[in-house]
Every structure is written in C-alpha cells, then in structure tokens.
Design a protein around this ligand. Structure first.
Ligand SMILES: Cc1cc2nc3c(=O)[nH]c(=O)nc-3n(C[C@H](O)[C@H](O)[C@H](O)COP(=O)(O)OP(=O)(O)OC[C@H]3O[C@@H](n4cnc5c(N)ncnc54)[C@H](O)[C@@H]3O)c2cc1C
Length: 361
C-alpha cells in the first residue's frame, strides 16, 4: 500500500467539508464518521479527519500512479470548494513527482476516415501498456498550440496540476481509446468531425503524421456484470459502446441504441455479445437537438424488481439530463445500476469536462 497525507487549512471548515462531501457522495460511497469521512473506491481510500483547526487527509492506494491521481483529485476538490485561500501541504509517497501520473506523449502515426464524419487517428504511445485497460477507456488529450514546442503540465506542491499558460496553453479534450494495438505500441482514437469548429475536431480534420500531443489517462470505471444491458449514446459515445460490445461476455444480452446523423454514419461493430444494436438516425436534425435517445430508452419495458438491468448512456448534456432523471426516478435504478453521463454540451466548449476523476465513466 502507498500512502500520502495532506494537512489542509481553510476558512469555514464545516460548511466547506459538508458541501464537498455532499458532492463526492454523488459519485462515491462516502461513510461519514465523527471525525470526518471515509471514502472507499476501487482505486483506494480517502480518510478525511478534523484535527484542531485543520483537516487531515490520508490517501491510500496499491499503485503509485493511482495514488498520484487520487492526490490530484483530492487537491482539486479542496480548492474547488475552499477557494484559493486554502493551504494544502502534502507528504508521503510520490510527493516529489513532477510529471502528472498517467501522462505520456503520443505521436500521430496515420489518419483515416471511418465514415464521412468520423476520423480515426492512430497514435504511437510512449507507454502503450498504460492504455490497455479493460475498464478505463477515456483519455484527456493535450493539444499544444500549433507551431510552438509543447510545454507539458507539471504537479505543484499543493497537489494540483499546473498547466502551461498564455502562448503555451494546451487545449484539453476528453476522448475514448477506440482500440489498442499493443504489439505496434499504438492506440486509435475516433474523432467526430462536427460543424462547430471546436479545436479538437478541427485538429483531427487537419492533423498530419508526426504531430506530437500529450495524453493523461486512461480513466473510467468498469461496467459491472448484469442480466441485461441497455447501452445508449450518440456518435461521441460510439467508440465506447463499440468497445463494450467487443468486451462484454458473449452471453451478455440487451439493447444498444446509437444515434447518428444518417445511415452513412453507421459503423460495422465487432459485436461479440447477444446485445442487439439499433441505429437511430437524426434525419437532418442537428446533433444535440433531438429526443431520439430518451424516447427510445423510455419506450423500453420498465425494469421489474428482479430484472438485473444495467443502463450505460453517454450523449449531449440535454439528452443526458432527460435520460438520467427517469432512469433514476421512474425506473428507480440504484447508483450501481446505471452510468449515465454527458459527453458534450451544445454551444459550450468541453474544456471543463472532469471525466478522469477516479469515479468517472
Ligand atoms: C468521457 C468522454 C469520452 C468522449 N469520447 C469521445 C470520442 O471518442 N470521440 C468524440 O468525437 N468525442 C468524444 N467525446 C466528446 C468530445 O470530448 C466533445 O465532443 C468535445 O466537445 C469536442 O471538442 P471540440 O474541441 O471539437 O469542441 P468544443 O470546443 O468542446 O466545442 C465547440 C462547439 O462544438 C460543439 N460540439 C462539441 N462536440 C460536438 C459534437 N460531437 N457534435 C456537434 N457539436 C459539437 C459544442 O457544443 C460547442 O458549441 C467524449 C467526451 C467525454 C466526456
């Protein structure tokens, strides 16, 4: 077991702790104790304890890399809730590490089109083994400014990632590792070429072999065994759904609903399960403006009490909200029986997405 500890000083300790624990409870199992809280996750544990006027945080994990991720997660949450006036001093394993855990450089090896609006970029990895996870599919791509030597993020003493700024600022966007070729040391990432000139989409549309970018990750959590699956998503989730259909057991049954622009955007998926794939076409409607997914999901029979259903859905923010609410309320699915997330938001850049948190999708 590796451990790291923080002494946290902040104003309004009680209200900040309460708000932070309420927030963490959304994603994690938080056990409140007299002293503070104990949080257990598949990645490790976090103990939060009041001590005189301060808060002590003890983080433990059986991997130094994961411990480093957890330290960033804790530090960023503390500053998010307590503000910049907080002081966080770390000690323990790995505090001298300068590069963020799970950082590596990727070099574009080749580019091709899977469909008219989906571009596949093959990237050579410094450490392909780090990408090969059965459950963690998602990576944060770090795109340096064109024409400048890249400067990469480092870890500051308060545990947060320090990002290059001004002319060296990186564009960061979350994508999915579509496939991994460990022998060749390469991964494939599929980019939706959308019409709104986002930097990541534009990068994929014009990138040439030899270009170097950075990567953090992968992150995400496993889809648990279930009697029946309901998978749903738009084309941004197609890489993840495809990987699930390739990875879930052959006897897995259920339904995958995939929204795309039209028939030309359907992809051949190596579906190794008994899950039926159903394509939903927008028929000229703009991405992020339809109710196709939510209606198709709610048209499915309501799960019975003994129906071991797991719902996985990722799509645009409005659809995500329209799906998650009835899955939770009308169907009454417990937290561990669904993973419904937003992958992008109409009219907003995705730079604030926080999907590499240890508990994410
Ligand atoms: C966990 C996770 C995994 C993801 N995996 C993938 C993946 O494998 N492939 C993939 O293509 N995307 C994926 N996404 C979505 C991707 O991160 C967003 O689409 C992101 O906004 C693209 O960045 P951008 O720089 O092109 O556009 P941004 O700068 O983020 O946005 C600019 C504008 O483009 C619009 N926009 C963004 N995405 C789309 C879209 N898909 N269609 C239409 N308009 C859009 C925004 O609403 C905004 O108005 C994933 C997201 C998450 C959270």
């Amino acid at each position: 077991m590796f451990r790291t500890q923080a002494v946290v000083s902040m104003e309004n300790r009680e209200s900040i702790l309460a708000a932070m624990l309420d927030h963490l409870e959304e994603h994690l199992t938080v056990e409140r104790t007299d002293a503070g809280a104990h949080i257990a996750s598949p990645f490790g544990t976090v103990d939060i304890m009041r001590s005189d006027d301060d808060v002590l945080v003890d983080v433990a994990s059986d991997s130094t890399e994961v411990l480093g991720m957890m330290r960033i997660f804790v530090a960023e949450h503390i500053f998010e809730f307590a503000g910049e006036s907080a002081s966080v001093v770390w000690s323990g394993d790995g505090v001298d590490t300068m590069l963020p855990p799970h950082f590596q450089k990727l070099t574009v090896a080749s580019v091709s089109d899977v469909t008219p609006r989906m571009r596949r970029v093959i990237l050579s990895c410094e450490n392909v083994a780090a990408c090969a996870s059965d459950s963690r599919y998602h990576i944060r791509l770090l795109l340096p400014p064109a024409g400048r030597a890249p400067r990469w993020p480092t870890i500051s003493t308060d545990g947060r990632i320090r990002w290059p700024t001004d002319d060296d600022a990186l564009v960061t966007r979350i994508y999915t590792i579509r496939s991994i070729d460990t022998d060749a040391g390469r991964i494939a990432v599929d980019f939706v070429l959308h019409d709104h000139a986002g930097p990541a989409s534009a990068w994929a549309a014009s990138v040439q072999p030899g270009t170097v970018i950075g990567m953090l990750g992968p992150g995400g959590s496993a889809v648990p065994p279930a009697g029946r699956y309901l998978l749903a998503g738009d084309e941004t989730a197609l890489p993840a759904i495809s990987r699930l259909l390739e990875a879930l057991p052959a006897q897995a049954r259920g339904l995958a609903l995939i929204e795309v622009a039209d028939a030309a955007e359907e992809q051949k998926i190596d579906n190794r399960t008994a899950i039926e794939v159903r394509w939903l076409h927008r028929k000229g409607a703009a991405p992020g403006t339809t109710t196709l997914l939510q209606h198709a999901i709610m048209a499915q029979p309501e799960p019975g009490r003994d129906d071991d259903l797991f719902v996985w859905a990722s799509c645009e923010f409005s659809a995500f909200k329209a799906i998650r609410a009835p899955v939770r309320k009308r169907w009454g699915l417990a937290k561990e029986k669904h993973l419904v997330t937003s992958y992008w938001r109409l009219g907003m850049a995705n730079e604030d997405a926080e999907v590499l948190e240890p508990d994410d999708a």
